[in-house]
Write a new protein. Sequence first.
Length: 107
Amino acid sequence: MNLAVWLVFVAAAILEVGGDAVVRRGLRGRSAGWILLGCAALAGYGLMVNSVKWDFSKLLGVYVGFFALTSILFGKFMLQETIPPSTWLGLALIVLGGMVIQFGPRL
């Protein structure tokens, strides 16, 4: 997997997590503008992640690890949430699963 694919995954995960956060803000504040902005970010995520020319199952299987990592880091550093050890363990299992999907065929 080349650097460009990793960068696409990182950017897509940021768009997805950010879009979800903006939609959430719009729903809680009853603001159609925030909801529409979040929807635009989520559409951008979908376009970006699907620009990678892989089989769909492998693409999203590997991407889930990026999304999970980005989500937890966003919660910890942007929202100042306390992340319990069980969540970190779950994240490690998700990332390990993504690595099996990505590198498993080589074994």
